[in-house]
Design a protein around this ligand. Sequence first.
Ligand code: DSN
Length: 416
Amino acid sequence: MLPEGNLSATDPEVHAAIDGEEQRQEQNLEMIASENHVSEAVLEAQGSVLTNKYAEGYPGARYYGGCEHVDTVEQLAIDRAKELFGAEHANVQPHSGTQANMAVYFAMLDPGDKILSLDLTHGGHLSHGHHVNFSGQYYEVEQYGVDPETGYINYDDLAAHAEEFDPDLIVSGSSAYPREFDYERIGEVADAVDAYHMADIAHVTGLIAGGVHTNPVGDADFVTASTHKTIRAGRGGMILTTEEHAEAIDKAIFPGAQGGPLMHNIAGKAAGFGEALTDEFDEYAKQVVANAKALGEVFTDRGMSLVSDGTDKHLLLVDLRESHPDITGKDAEERLESVGITVNKNTVPGESRSPFVTSGIRVGTPALTTRGFTESEMETVGHHIVDLLDNPDDDELAEDVSADVDELCAEYPIYE
Ligand code: DSN
């Protein structure tokens, strides 16, 4: 349990909601691929008095007095980010991954410039140029997709598309593509058409830090990330780049796109990056992927269809259309949530249903791996998921699975 402050006495309503969320996390299996459980050290840093401090500017060059301690914290976060990824320059102030992407666009593009990126329904992200997002409104965007047969990105097609479209910036990176990106190849494509290459590693930041995935630093001009997914640090974003682009990126974040940095979150980033530098974290990153592969094998053995037939990373994209044509992603999400397994409905390549309904679910392993799950627990959970989808009206089964979820949660607590 987390230490009690006095919020329960001063504001029981807010306290009850936070307490409820803590219980929900402890008593459910969190399989939303973008979520994780940070350490108590990261929670402590994020919940610290640093939330009180304004510190516009950067370490050593602030617009406010009294910044000596927040300077130390931000410099630690910067130095650790640079060490983790071998980057020349790190900006740890973006409030989120989307803000990081926004800053790169603002720094390097003019309105109307061209972006080539992965389609949202093929695993991309809103901030990569979707028409409802600023990125799709301020820039001219074309998108690449996955091969309908294999579920993989076809890099020859991407190169041909780039030749034809002549983009100013190519985005690699995704939120629901289960395969590793070939950053080197995309860097070559970008060079050939004289475009910048921005690798958005939001989902795989921890897998790269842990040495399980290839690091795009060197192949991309800009690497953007969120800092709370697989890397399990304080909430927010960051940008890695070269000395050449450092000044433009720093200016685009402040004063360009943001005001005061969230110093408590930057402290959480510093603390989490410190944890990510350990050998223990490398083992964690390996286990995240091993768990996802084990889960994927159960799914495919039991007749479920996975986009690209499997995974290289921390997530699986289950396409329900063949195995369960009458169950939508929304149905599946609700069925699983009713027994304490949290996933999210997700569009799949060639999607015909609305994003509120969808034909797929995205299932991730970072949070359960943090709890201590290994392949055997993951296989148990995989069988439970398929049993529930195969028997959507079986209440007795749901009760049995729910009881097993309770046992697993009790055996692997998040916060002791
Ligand atoms: N919301 C995140 C995800 O779930 O992938 C991306 O921003």
